[in-house]
Structures are given as structure tokens and as C-alpha cells.
Design a protein around this ligand. Structure first.
Ligand code: SF4
Length: 727
């Protein structure tokens, strides 16, 4: 059929001669789309397609997923382990044995001289859950440093912290199916169509069947804001003021669910007293949303039969990130919107397996949501792994954002980075560069040899990418799904769990412990550990086979269960000892860098649909780079006119930290006093950011910085741009 193309050639999709399709889960974002990779007769991955029967995506994929098979042979892949004595000498290829021997020796040397915690480890949200578990076993049970974290501190730490403070445990309570039941959806700092296109499609599908109000809170007129019924263009960093004010109206007008508050929560008195101060007239002056709109939104949300809130980095990446999450939870608790269809707090996670690291990596504690601070948990894991229980610290160590300053002060001497690229992802990149140069020993383990951070390393270990190995990811809605091995690891790269287990064997303690060889065996070990009365993160009924059969299963899924649990807290019982959630009274304290005379623009940042995080992967995929080749800066046309700036001209942005050259794009998406830059590009937005930390989650405030704009020689800028951004 030609579908209106009578006078044009119909589109013909090239026949890729696929002989076999293999089941995987997308390795980019946390939506968790089920997909199949098509192999040609030579066993080469040549195509990707969505899985029609999968609950999450129902056959659909976004533009990143569609080209994911191109990853396996993309440029810049690591081929052999590399080593050099000193920074900036040439790397030499070495064998795996000699690389791992050297690495173990260096870790032992540094720890013997400076103490166990002087060697730090920062991992990722990209590897398989079984690999996270194995890394945690190695770090907590063998190496024994307490300065161990994941790069998820840059994206989801505030959500984790907020869930723990409100509900007593991490774990998103809701699911995508809630879109089919909700009567009001409020999205905070989430540009769903670009960040999580298939979740957005699920929402659109629900809206086509049944109309309900969608409210988007975002300083920028994002794609999602354009699609919303109500857009609240909030002043950056003031979400807590808006949330406290919504609660004020709900109490003031008698719209709260008092029965739910009385039976399921603590803290009502203190909370209701605090929000008395946040009347809409006063709040409007701080958060920039007018008083009538605050009242209207509060009524809409509280009067809906079921209401839900979703959020992403606009909330999390803030000095009030954790408070913002608790503010959203407060809103849902006082309106009885937790644990019912269409009623939820649902953080939309970033990386494909950011949830897996939260659950099983032991970064913030011990596996399966166990805490280092809990003696019983320490004893359980010590016995299970065969480790002396006194080997575990009784308190969590540094987060990623504290590890880097500790390198500056000399407290940390060695660092191992697993699939993370701080030279591009951390705030204030000039400072990060100097920090990395101070290290006695830096190991970068990554699928790509050319990640920017490798320039500062002593050792590079090539890891297999995504479906070159088998294992699980957990998505935003707690759904564990499996990726089958599609092809052999590139060149002499190795699965990350192989690297962890083989490093463990080079330590006395590691020789005494069991590190299973296959991810299926590792998964069985995790299932065993997840059992227990009252444990919400129970996956004991899962196996790799069942995950493929059901195309993903949500936890908890206990032995004997037929189906996974769609929602948490359906019985109104939470994870605190008395079973009640906490309403938290949180005053707003202004502490961000703000525009002033010298730096008059807010600097905002976010994603574009074609790229993923630091472009380590998408920067190599032809179509992704063609659609989105360069960083740009959105600027309001009125501001541009005042500055004498034209569309598509290069400008120099300057902050108190550094400068960056970008191309100006004139658009009314941003207000007069704000510019926006995609965060994916190296030598760009993070040359400018300050990254003040949230006091609870230690997550940086990437989105609240100020800059000024300067004119620049266009020829020089164009040359710089090409040199700096192109792979
Ligand atoms: Fe992959 Fe996310 Fe796109 Fe789905 S929405 S195909 S998980 S990148």
C-alpha cells in the first residue's frame, strides 16, 4: 500500500537477511523496552525490532533502540587491556593476566600504605545486575574499601534518598499501568518525549482512550510542556516551595484524605504547621507560579479520584533534590495517592540499570536493600559470603561526589572507574581534570577505549558491551528483564563479571569465596539472598528462563508467585518499623547560584532524544550523530536581540568556573533570563556548572548555575566546535 505516496517512490526497508532473532532488553534508558536483535547467516547483528508481546513497549522502540545493533561494531571499542606507568605516556597492550596482577598489586600497595579506604571505586548504571552484585561482593567482601559508589549519584540519588525518608525504603511504588487509571498526572522536571519516548507513548495511548489533565512543571517549554494541559514554568530550584504551597491549599480547603493520613502516616502535625507558612501569595513570589494557578492545580490534584506524580532530573539534580522528592511523596500521602491504580509517586529512572545498582551493587550498603548500619544485615551477608562480619564498615562511606574532593585532599590515592566518564559527566570539568591527574593509580574499565577519562588513566580494561553477555536489568517500574547474549565480546574485551571475579582471585580473601562463573548462577545466588519475611525486594520466584518467557517481571516476585507486583504499599503499610510513612516538614532554604549582574542568565541543561548520557555509545552511531551532531544553546529571541545575537552564530558562555563555545538557537522555549544546553557533549556544559550538593543525597545541582554570554570570532569558534565535538 502506498498511503498517499502516489507520486513518490514508496519507502522500502532494506532486506537484512535476518536468519535468527535473539531476545534482549534495551541498554540505553530505564524504560526497559524488550527488543530482538536480528542476526544474518554469518551471526552478525544487523537489525533491531521491538517485541510485540512485551508489556513495556508493545512492539515499539525509540530512535536509539532501533539502531542499537550498530553498537557492537561502533568505533572506539576497546580491544586489549592497556597499561602505562605514568599519565600521558603511550599506552602498551598487556595480557589480561598481567593487567589484573598489576591492578591487584596496586590496590594492595595503596591500601597497605594509606589505609583500606584510600582506594575508591565508582561504577555505573550500565552493566548487568548480576555484575553489580559480583562487584559489590568483591568491593565489600574482598577489597574492603568503604569509598565505593555508582554514577547514579549524578542522576537518581535524590529519588533514592526521598523514598527512604518518606517510605522507609527505596523502590518506586508505581508503574506504567498507572497511566491507564489515573485521573490527573503531574510531571516535575521531566521531558518525557525526549528522555523516555516509549513511556511517553504509553501515556499518550492512555490519554487517547480517556482524557485526564496533564500538568508539567518545568522552567522550560519542553516538548512535554507543549503537550500538557497546564504548564507551570517554575523558577529553577524552587519545587519545594510549590509543593509546600499545594499542600497548604489542600489542607486549607479541606481536600486532604484525613483517613489515609491518620492510619498510614506520621508527622502530620509538624507538616501541616510548616505548610501554613506557604500560602500561595507568598509562594508565588519565590517559585514564579501565580497564586490562582497554585490553587487550581491543588484542587485538580486533590479532587481527582486517582492522581500520580512522575519526575526526573528537574527534581533530582538540585540542592533540594531529596526534599523535592519527599515533597512529592507528601503530596501523594496527604491525598491518599499511594499504592492504588493510577495513584503513585513514580521516579522515572535514567540509565538502563540504575535500578539494578540501587538494588544489588552494595554501593550504598549491602545487597538486596540491606544497610551497613544494620548489624543483622551485616551478619546475614557475612555468613552468606563467608566473610568475617567485622570486615564490613558499620556506616556508608563516600559518595561519588565526595570521592573526587577527597582525591584533591590526598585522602584517596587510587580510583577504579567502571563504565563511567566523569570528565564529561561531572560538574566543573576543569577541576575534575586536575583531580584525576593527582591519582597514583587510575583504572578505567569501559567498552570504549576513547572515553575522555581514559586520557588520565594508568590502566584501561576493555569491557564487553550490553548484549555481548547475558544478564538482567531492572527498569523504572521495578521490572527485571533479561538480555541474552547476541554475539561474542568485541576483540579481547571481557564481560564485566569476568573481570570482577578474576580480580577477586588475586586476593587472599577472594580465593576463599565463591564467585560463580555464569550470570544464571549469580542470579540464583541473588534470588536466595532476596528471600525473607517482610523483604520488599524479593525476587526469589524469578529465573532467567521465566524472565524471558514473561518478557520481564516486576518485583516483589516470591517463590510460587504467578505474576509480579505492579505496585508497592497497596496495603498502606510502609517499610518503617511501625509500618507508617512519614510526612516531612521541610522549610525551603535558598542556597543556589542565581543570575546576577555579572552572570545574568540561568544555565539549564537536559537531554536530546538522539543521545544518551556522555555520548560514549550514541556518539558512535551514524544516525544519532547525524541528527544531533553539535551542542547548541537555546536562547530567548528577546535576549538575543538585546545582545545583538543571531540564530546559528557561535557564542562564548562564561561562568565562575570556566567557559564553553556553543551555537545559539533562538527559541521561545526558554524564558528571557535562561539558556539551555544539552548535557551530552564533552568540553561543554560541565565546563560551566558548579554542582553544589544536596545535603541528603549528595547529588549535584547541575541545573542551577549562572552564566554570561560573549561574542566570539565565528571562524575560530567553528573550527573549535568541529575539533572538540567530532569523533
Ligand atoms: Fe531503549 Fe529507552 Fe528508547 Fe526504549 S525508550 S528503545 S529503553 S532508549
Amino acid at each position: 500500500m502506498l498511503f498517499g505516496r502516489k507520486h513518490k517512490n514508496p519507502i522500502k526497508i532494506a532486506d537484512k537477511n535476518v536468519q535468527e532473532w535473539k531476545y534482549t532488553t534495551c541498554g540505553y534508558c530505564s524504560t526497559g523496552c524488550s527488543m530482538e536483535i536480528g542476526l544474518n547467516p554469518e551471526g552478525k547483528p544487523v537489525a533491531t525490532r521491538g517485541v510485540a508481546g512485551a508489556d513495556v513497549n508493545r512492539g515499539k522502540l525509540c530512535v536509539k533502540g532501533i539502531f542499537e545493533h550498530e553498537l557492537f561494531e561502533s568505533s572506539g571499542r576497546g580491544t586489549e587491556p592497556l597499561y602505562r606507568e605514568k599519565h600521558f605516556e603511550d599506552y602498551q597492550e598487556v595480557t589480561w593476566d598481567s593487567a589484573l596482577d598489576k591492578m591487584a598489586d596496586e590496590i594492595k600497595r595503596i591500601q597497605a600504605k594509606h589505609g583500606r579506604d584510600s582506594f575508591a571505586i565508582v561504577s555505573t548504571g550500565q552493566i548487568m545486575t548480576e555484575e553489580f552484585y559480583t562487584l559489590g561482593k568483591l568491593v565489600r567482601g574482598v577489597i574492603g574499601t568503604n569509598n565505593y559508589d555508582g554514577n547514579t549519584t549524578l542522576c537518581m540519588a535524590s529519588a533514592v534518598s526521598g523514598y527512604k525518608r518518606s517510605f522507609g525504603s527505596d523502590g518506586p511504588p508505581g508503574c506504567y499501568d498507572d497511566f491507564d487509571h489515573t485521573e490527573c498526572l503531574m510531571a516535575f522536571g521531566s521531558n518525557l518525549p525526549e528522555q523516555h519516548p516509549i513511556i511517553y507513548w504509553r501515556l499518550k495511548e492512555a490519554l487517547e482512550k480517556r482524557k485526564f489533565p496533564v500538568i508539567v512543571v518545568d522552567p522550560r517549554v519542553t516538548m512535554f510542556a507543549q503537550f500538557a494541559d497546564i504548564h507551570l514554568p517554575i523558577t529553577p530550584g524552587t519545587d519545594l516551595v510549590l509543593l509546600n504551597s499545594l499542600a497548604h491549599v489542600i489542607f486549607d480547603e479541606g481536600l486532604a484524605d484525613q483517613n489515609y493520613i491518620d492510619s498510614c502516616t506520621n508527622g502530620y502535625q509538624e507538616f501541616s504547621k510548616l505548610v501554613e507558612e506557604y500560602d500561595p501569595v507568598s509562594a508565588a513570589k519565590i517559585c514564579g507560579i501565580d497564586e490562582d494557578t497554585i490553587r487550581h492545580v491543588a484542587r485538580l490534584y486533590a479532587n481527582a479520584g486517582a492522581a500520580m506524580s512522575i519526575w526526573t532530573m528537574g527534581i533530582n539534580q538540585s540542592t533540594h533534590g531529596s526534599d523535592g522528592v519527599c515533597g512529592i511523596n507528601n503530596l501523594n500521602l496527604i491525598t491518599g495517592n499511594i499504592g492504588k491504580p493510577g495513584s503513585s509517586s513514580l521516579s522515572i529512572t535514567g540509565q538502563c540499570n540504575a535500578m539494578g545498582t540501587r538494588e544489588w551493587s552494595s554501593c550504598s550498603g549491602l545487597p538486596g536493600y540491606r544497610a551497613l548500619e544494620n548489624q543483622q544485615h551485616r551478619e546475614e551477608i557475612a555468613e552468606f559470603w563467608g566473610v568475617d562480619k567485622s570486615f564490613f564498615p558499620a556506616k556508608r562511606g563516600m559518595t561519588m561526589t565526595d570521592i573526587f574532593p577527597a582525591i584533591e585532599t590526598g585522602q584517596i590515592k587510587g580510583l577504579w572507574l567502571v563504565a563511567t566518564n566523569p570528565m564529561t559527566s561531572m560538574a566543573n570539568s576543569a577541576r575534575i581534570r586536575k583531580t584525576l591527574e593527582k591519582l597514583d593509580f587510575l583504572v578505567v574499565q569501559d567498552s570504549y577505549r576513547d572515553v575522555e577519562t581514559t586520557q588520565y588513566a594508568h590502566m584501561f580494561l576493555p569491557g564487553a558491551v550490553w548484549a555481548e553477555k547475558e544478564g538482567c536489568f531492572t527498569n523504572t517500574e521495578r521490572r527485571v528483564n533479561i538480555t541474552k547474549k547476541v554475539c561474542e565480546p568485541h576483540a579481547n574485551s571481557k564481560p564485566d563479571h569476568w573481570i570482577f571475579s578474576n580480580l577477586a582471585k588475586r586476593f587472599e580473601q577472594g580465593k576463599k569465596m565463591i564467585f560463580p562463573e555464569t550470570t544464571a548462577e549469580i542470579f540464583e545466588e541473588m534470588c536466595e539472598l532476596s528471600k525473607g519475611e517482610g523483604r520488599i525486594l524479593d525476587i526469589s520466584g524469578m529465573t532467567h528462563e521465566k524472565l524471558e518467557q514473561q518478557k520481564g517481571i516486576q518485583w516483589p516476585f516470591r517463590e510460587g508467585d504467578e505474576k509480579g507486583a505492579q505496585r508497592l504499599y497497596t496495603d498502606g503499610k510502609f517499610q518503617f518499623p511501625d509500618g507508617k510513612a512519614k510526612l516531612l516538614a521541610m522549610p525551603y532554604i535558598e542556597n543556589n547560584e542565581k543570575p546576577d549582574e555579572e552572570f545574568p542568565f540561568w544555565l539549564n541543561s537536559g537531554r536530546v532524544v538522539e543521545h544518551f548520557h556522555t555520548r560514549t555509545k550514541t556518539g558512535k552511531i551514524g544516525n544519532m550523530n547525524k541528527y544531533s551532531p553539535t551542542p547548541y544553546m537555546e536562547i530567548n529571541p528577546d535576549a538575543a536581540e538585546e545582545l545583538g545575537l543571531e540564530n546559528s552564530k557561535y557564542v562564548r558562555l562564561v561562568s565562575r568556573r570556566g567557559d564553553a563555545v556553543v551555537m545559539a538557537q533562538l527559541t521561545h522555549r526558554v524564558p528571557r533570563n535562561m539558556v539551555f544546553i544539552p548535557f551530552h557533549f564533552h568540553e561543554c556544559v560541565n565546563r560551566l556548572t558548579l554542582g553544589l550538593l544536596d545535603p541528603y543525597s549528595r547529588q549535584p545541582a547541575f541545573k542551577q548555575n549562572s552564566v554570561r554570554i560573549e561574542h566570539i570570532d565565528q571562524d575560530l569558534a567553528a573550527r573549535l566546535n568541529v575539533e572538540m565535538r567530532t569523533y
